[in-house]
Each structure stands twice: as C-alpha cells, then as structure tokens.
Design a protein around this ligand. Structure first.
Ligand SMILES: Nc1ncnc2c1ncn2[C@@H]1O[C@H](COP(=O)(O)OP(=O)(O)OP(=O)(O)O)[C@@H](O)[C@H]1O
Ligand SMILES: [Mg+2]
Length: 360
C-alpha cells in the first residue's frame, strides 16, 4: 500500500495544506519546529486513528481553532481508498473510511499498515518494560484479529479491579467476577504475545547478525509473570485467586500481562541491563526491521515506513544497511539537512521543503 495524497485542515501547525506523495521516497526537509514530525503524525493517524505520541486527541487541533480534519487517499492493490478523520475541541472524533463511519479502530489497524521509526524507538531496548509491551501490542493489533479487543477488555477490567482494591471493604465474590474476566482476556493476550515473540526472535536475530557481521547472536524471549502449561485461563485464574491477599495489601493487581516484558539477550547477556549503547541501538534497529518483515509475511502488504530523524542518529554502516533493506516500501523521511550521501543511495522520489506549516 502507499499514501497518495493528504489534506490537512487546522492540524497542528498546518492551516490548509494538500500534498501529493511519491509512491516510493518522500523526504521532508526543514529546520527545527517547522512541522516535519507533525506531517508524519498526520500520516500515521490513517492507520491507527490516533497519534504515536501519548497525547489527547484535541492537542492535534491547531491552537487557534475548534476542530481539525485530515483526509487521505491510500492506494491499496491499485485501488484508491479514502480515510477522513475529524476531531473537535470537545474531544469528539469521527473517522470515516470510504465515506462510512468506522466503529472500531481495528477497522483501520487491520487494513492499513504503517511503521514509525523515531529516535525514541532506538531506546526501546534500554527503557522500561512498558515501551516493549507497547511495541508488541502495536504489532499484534495489526496482524492478529481480535487482539485489540482483548487488550481493551483486559485493560478495562484491570482498571475496575484496581479501583475496587482501593476500597475499604472488599468482597471476594466481587473480585471473583473480575478475576474470571481477567483470566479470560489475559490468557489470550499472553498466548498471542508468546507466539509473536517466537516468530520474531529468529527474524530479528538474523537481521542483527547481518548488521553486525555475525558477531552477535541475539535471542528474544517473552518474559511472563504468569506461568501455565495446559489450561492458561484456569491457571491464570488460580494465580489471581492465590494472590488476592497480596493484591488487597498493595491495593493493585500484581500479576498479569500488564507486567510482562521481553528479554533481549546477545551471546547470553541481557542487553536491557548490560548492553552497550551501540548494541542496544543496533538491536532496536533489528527489532524495527523485523516488524516490517513480519507485517509483510503475515499480511502480504508492504507497510509504509515513517523515519523521523533516525538517519542522522545512525552511523554510516547502519544508515546504509537501513536504506538497502527498506525494499520497495513507500518511505517518508524527515531530516533537517539533506545528507547527500544518504539521498544519493535512496531511490528517486520527491523532496518537500517544510517551512512553518507550509509545504513546497
Ligand atoms: N496544536 C498545535 N497547534 C499549532 N502549532 C502546534 C501544535 N502542536 C505543535 N505545534 C507546533 O508545531 C511546530 C512544529 O512541530 P514539529 O514537531 O512538527 O517540528 P519538526 O519540524 O519536526 O522539528 P524538529 O526538527 O525539531 O523535530 C512546533 O513549533 C510546535 O510548537
Ligand atoms: Mg521532528
């Protein structure tokens, strides 16, 4: 798939802007604070219905306005599809696909594939587990039907249970209802995550070996705090029951996939704690490239890739590897100064100059 055209109204620092993109390479060139990342954010919204930043929707609206709109034309199997997103100050959001209102985000997530790669992602190996869980979640939402619903349901029940645990008197019969539900959604989440990591590990290890010239042997494992063998749902339920007193004491749910992590090691060394900066960055790069490979393998679609300021963060060798391995995906690259050498290696495309919310 590729993004053909985008129209922005009152989106971030843009007033009215309509841009037609190249099928292959699009470079957004501009000084700091001109709107490069904002433009990527607008593109990203098409696949996810929300920003990659942890923000409220209404922050996407231009400071002086009451609403914003993003319209996109996406080409999928040579057919044009339209996505339209409207957000107003009251926090109302309406998303239409081909003129029809969508009811669930999954209607976008399972149709359009976009991967964003920002300097933040280069830190995924060394940062807190939450970042790594987000990585798995984002990927699974795209490739596994029903995952997003399980995740939303799990989080809803978890929140209710945690609120209840803060009350003065706690009735085990009430907890029991939530424990059953948590075990149901949670065990499905853990199973899908485990499968995903098993698929990811060899792909990522392979890529990492190619980048490092075979010096490192990477291994990725799902680190669950719920163990089960035959009957995941029942075993998770039993664990919740056995931890009730502890949960009451700490007033929060201590076990479950909301506490899980992925362990990333190289030659047996835990890279999260002991990796050098270079090792951590290379591994992060391999993880991202695996994401692309898995989406292609599982969906048959070529995801659109958004590279926000990453090229300048990588050394020549890794830059070259990245560029040579982006295949024929549509690329959006932001940069403050055109790196001649990099540009010359990229397939021909369009260069846009971004200046204070205007695109040339
Ligand atoms: N809701 C908004 N309304 C108006 N302007 C906004 C809004 N949100 C962000 N901006 C402004 O948009 C400008 C451009 O931000 P953006 O992150 O796109 O810059 P950039 O070109 O990526 O810069 P850098 O090279 O530093 O990453 C910023 O100055 C920011 O303050
Ligand atoms: Mg930026």
């Amino acid at each position: 798939m590729y993004i053909k055209e985008i129209e922005l109204y009152n989106f971030r620092n843009y007033s009215t802007e309509k841009i037609s993109f190249d099928k292959k390479v699009n470079i957004f060139l501009g000084n700091n604070a001109q709107g490069k990342t904002n433009l990527l954010e607008g593109i990203y919204l098409n696949a996810f219905g929300k920003s990659f930043k942890n923000i409220k929707d209404k922050e996407l609206i231009h400071f002086d306005q009451d609403y914003c709109k993003i319209k996109t034309i996406i080409s999928k199997s040579e057919e044009d599809e339209k996505v339209e997103i409207l957000i107003n100050k009251e926090g109302r959001k309406e998303i239409k696909r081909e003129g029809v209102k969508i009811r669930r985000y999954s209607e976008l997530l399972e149709e359009y594939f976009i991967i964003i790669f920002s300097p933040e992602d280069l830190k995924i190996v060394k940062e807190e587990p939450e970042k790594r869980r987000k990585f798995i979640n984002r990927e699974l939402c795209q490739i596994r039907k029903g995952y997003l619903a399980d995740l939303n349901n799990y989080n809803r029940v978890l929140k209710q249970r945690n609120t209840y645990l803060k009350e003065y008197l706690i009735d085990n019969n009430v907890l029991d209802i939530w424990d059953r539900e948590l075990a149901d959604y949670g065990s499905r989440i853990i199973k899908k995550r485990k499968e995903f990591i098993e698929m990811l590990s060899p792909i990522c290890s392979d890529i990492n070996e190619r980048i490092t010239g075979g010096k490192e042997s990477l291994e990725i494992k799902y680190e669950a705090n719920v163990y089960f063998e035959d009957n995941p749902e029942e075993e998770f339920y039993k664990l919740l029951v056995s931890k009730r007193e502890e949960d009451k004491k700490f007033r929060t749910t201590g076990r479950g996939p909301h506490k899980d992590d992925i362990k990333i090691s190289s030659n047996g060394i835990d890279l999260r704690k002991f990796g050098s900066q270079g090792q951590q960055r290379t591994t992060a790069l391999s993880l991202k490239l695996s994401e692309k490979e898995i989406i292609e393998r599982e969906t048959g679609e070529k995801p659109v890739l958004l590279l926000d300021d990453v090229l300048s963060e990588l050394d020549n060798e890794r830059q070259a590897y990245l560029i040579n391995n982006l295949g024929d995906n549509q690329l959006f690259v932001t940069t403050t100064d055109i790196i001649e050498e990099v540009a010359s290696k990229l397939p021909a495309g369009k260069i846009f100059k971004i200046n204070n919310g205007h695109v040339e």
